[in-house]
Write a protein that binds this ligand. Structure first.
Ligand SMILES: [Mg+2]
Length: 394
């Protein structure tokens, strides 16, 4: 079997021109064609409009190759990026989608689901968690069978989590993502973690910028709250130090930009060796990467759960030919050959990419985030740490 074509499908997820995060995402799907008529599908994230160019650049390395040689082709694609610096998520995002498509081809060729190629099934369904910042949203997810929710942000977070815990009791796990803001110092992250400790978090995510491992170590040393990180990294070499230095309890590779399922499988093994659980990041991903994550989590022993923006965009399920099956807050692992998912190319074509997820809208304002400077230690300290009288949490 030989690869004879690579195609890309870039789209705008959400209403074009909208200002919210959900409406400013691009999704990038790739298809790899073969001379035997089998086509594989994958999805890349990271910086999709740029990744699309990277995919096209890398495609020449795949033409004429046997798509079943996944490890060898992964190495070829990675070495092909040496002149570009190798470590960026644009490159690993491109490889992630291409490599995902190779697994899909292999599964289809053998008539078996990808989870079977990854070692077989450890579980038939994967626990999901949704995003909830209000008791109302938390209870609506609980009604739908969800058993875990994640709140986000730093300002007002302790009061928010208190309200969430009061609403859901012990029926749901609660996580908090501080998003690693560069203005949050380790001392302040520790104070926040201590204030959150009584609410029994399943994990605290990115309490400090994840590119500062020494700051992570300081937070780790001071807190008894489980920590999570990993969404910004590509490849095992980027994420492994978080695990090997004992900095996290949960590792969160992004299925669209970590470099592919084989990289995630290897990371899961490193994590397993340190009793660390895997909970893939899925905040900006489309439905194909979600299916890929499902196969990985079906196979690995140390799967914690999968992130899901349940209500991000009503058209989400129309982009694929068959939506994932969700029952009682769990996604069922598909049994179809390959990944068991395909895009509807006509639907994708209806939503051409119109804007970049990284649009830095707004005026320049010194002393605020609109100064657009990455390292702004203590910028929002009062807002985050001084309780407002009568602050609303709903
Ligand atoms: Mg996060």
């Amino acid at each position: 079997m030989k690869i004879n074509g690579v195609r890309t499908f870039l789209m705008q997820a959400g209403a074009a021109g909208g200002a919210s995060f959900a409406s400013s995402r691009n999704w990038l799907f790739v298809k790899i064609d073969t001379d035997e008529g089998i086509t594989g599908i994958g999805e890349c994230s990271g910086w999709p409009r740029v990744v699309e160019t990277a995919v096209k650049d890398l495609a020449v390395l795949l033409i004429g190759e046997d798509p079943r040689d996944i490890e060898r082709l992964w190495q070829k694609l990675y070495v092909g990026q040496m002149g570009h610096g190798m470590t960026g998520t644009v490159g690993t995002g491109a490889i992630a989608g291409l490599e995902m498509a190779l697994w899909d081809i292999k599964g289809k060729a053998l008539g078996t689901p990808v989870w079977n190629l990854l070692g077989g099934k450890t579980r038939g369904r994967v626990r999901l968690y949704g995003h909830a910042n209000t008791p109302g949203k938390a209870l609506s997810l609980k009604e739908r069978g969800y058993t875990a929710i994640k709140a986000g942000g730093v300002a007002g977070t302790v009061a928010k989590v208190a309200a969430l815990r009061e609403a859901v009791g012990t029926a749901m796990d609660i996580m908090v993502d501080l998003h690693g803001p560069p203005w949050l110092t380790p001392a302040d992250a520790i104070a926040m973690g201590k204030a959150l400790a009584p609410y029994g978090l399943l994990f605290l995510e990115d309490p400090v910028p994840p590119d500062n491992l020494d700051a992570y170590a300081r937070v780790r040393e001071a807190l008894d709250v489980p920590l999570a990180a990993g969404e910004r990294w590509g490849t095992i070499w980027g994420a492994a130090p978080l695990i090997e230095r004992g900095l996290v309890d949960v590792i969160q590779p992004d299925t669209g930009r970590f470099g592919g399922l084989s990289q995630m499988r290897k990371l899961a093994a490193i994590a397993e060796a340190h009793h660390v659980m895997v909970a893939p990041h899925s905040g900006s991903l489309g439905p194909v990467a979600e299916f890929a994550a499902l196969h990985l989590l079906a196979a690995i022993p140390n799967a914690l759960m999968l992130e899901r923006l349940e209500d991000d965009w009503p058209e989400r399920n129309k982009v694929i030919t068959a939506p994932p099956v969700i029952e009682a807050g769990h996604m069922l692992v598909p049994d179809a050959p390959g990944l068991g998912v395909d895009i509807d190319e006509d639907v994708v074509a209806r939503y051409p990419s119109t804007r970049n997820v990284g649009d830095a809208t707004g005026q320049y304002e010194p002393g605020t985030e609109r100064e657009h400077v990455y390292v702004q230690a203590r910028l929002h300290r009062a807002r985050a740490f001084v309780a407002k009288p009568g602050a609303k949490t709903e």
